[in-house]
Design a protein around this ligand. Structure first.
Ligand SMILES: [Zn+2]
Length: 61
């Protein structure tokens, strides 16, 4: 066996709704394309622009 694994680096955004506080994920995005962008929350339909882009994943514990 000489086949090696292939890795693709993907940027994943963990979105947090400003209205219902639910999470959802967005992939294939960069900070530049996300900042100020208007998105709908898939849980409650709340429409808002992206304000805070937080570095790293915060623990909920
Ligand atoms: Zn929501």
């Amino acid at each position: 066996m000489t086949e090696k694994h292939t890795a693709y680096i993907e940027t994943l955004a963990h979105m947090n709704c400003g209205n219902c506080d639910s999470y959802w994920g967005l992939s294939d995005l960069s900070t530049e394309t996300l900042e100020g962008r208007v998105l709908y929350c898939p849980h409650c339909g709340h429409e808002a622009s992206v304000e805070d882009i937080v570095d790293g994943i915060e623990s909920d514990q």
